[in-house]
Design a protein around this ligand. Structure first.
Ligand code: GLU
Length: 296
């Protein structure tokens, strides 16, 4: 099935690699990988599925899971769960919304999640990497070049963080929150590692070692939030075309959960105007069309 999807995607010529982080702008736009990790332990992939790429916003799934695991519902007084209508790094609604971000996957919301994770663990970036590492069996690592490049071009996230702090919704210094956020976005991992690491979302919250990370209810809710908010301001179109809870990142990765069955991770660095991987979205849409494995 993965080979059939690979053939359908072919050689994508549309979309552009992000220019927001110079280190990512140098990635070959024609790379493509797709992996499927099953709840019963199978792992299959095609194309560049075992090549590491920058996970960027896909890391927000893991930071949110760690906070929900510790706090349950408490986070939702600081971040809403509404789909976004503006770009993921927009400031335009934040002031009117009194520094309460629209959802945990736009940059503003993810900064609040990182702030909370810093309070819970004392080291948010290490906690995210550790979760990815433990659940995937090893491999994910920090990319210091990407982290440094983003830190040198971080005016917009810095403005977002200061505005949230001005409204009293950050509990740690802005610089600390930005540092931990930037580093967890700068984790590099392969499609196979990311799909495997996120399997707790397909297993009702159960980790690789059989222990529970999230309650079944919180897992369902996290998946619901991914469906409505995980693919930027194109979540409606993505749900229509793919029908799976998913999180995309500007590195070109898209993680998609098939509850009860497994997790898919697609990677193609060329992005559409919303910031979603063109090849990744096409591959996931082809996969659910072929298999019928959408949640609907
Ligand atoms: N680190 C990137 C940023 O904060 C992540 C953006 C993304 O992948 O959506 O802008």
């Amino acid at each position: 099935m993965l080979a059939e999807v690979h053939e359908t995607v072919g050689r994508i010529t549309t979309g552009v690699v992000t220019s927001a982080i110079p280190a990512l702008a140098r990635v070959d736009p024609h790379r493509f990988g797709l992996a499927f990790a099953g709840v019963d332990g199978e792992l299959e992939g095609v194309g560049d599925w075992d090549q590491a790429f920058s996970v960027q916003s896909v890391s927000k799934v893991f930071s949110l899971a760690l906070v929900l695991a510790h706090d349950g519902e408490a986070l939702w007084s600081r971040v809403r769960r509404q789909p976004s209508v503006h770009r993921f790094n927009s400031l335009s609604e934040l002031d009117g919304d009194c520094g309460i971000p629209r959802n945990p996957f736009v940059n503003a919301g993810a900064l609040v999640v990182t702030d909370r994770l810093l309070g819970i663990t004392g080291n948010a970036k290490a906690a995210v990497l550790d979760l990815l590492h433990t659940e995937s069996g090893g491999g994910p690592h920090f990319d210091p070049v990407v982290a440094a490049d983003e830190q040198a071009h971080n005016h917009r996230n810095s403005a977002i963080a200061h505005l949230i702090a001005d409204h009293g919704n950050l509990h740690h210094p802005v610089e600390d929150v930005l540092e931990h956020y930037t580093w967890h976005c700068a984790i590099a991992a392969t499609c196979g590692q990311l799909a495997t690491a996120a399997l707790f979302l397909a297993r009702g919250g159960i980790r690789a070692n059989g222990s529970r990370l999230l309650s079944a209810a919180d897992t369902t809710r996290l998946n619901a939030t991914l469906l409505t908010c995980g693919t930027y301001d194109a979540a409606g179109d993505f749900a229509y075309a793919v029908g799976l809870p998913a999180k995309s990142g500007i590195g070109g990765g898209i993680l998609a959960v098939i509850p009860g069955r497994g997790v898919l991770c697609a990677w193609g660095p060329a992005l559409d105007s919303h910031g979603n991987s063109v090849a990744g979205a096409l591959a996931l849409s082809a996969f659910t069309s072929i298999t019928g494995w959408s949640i609907f």
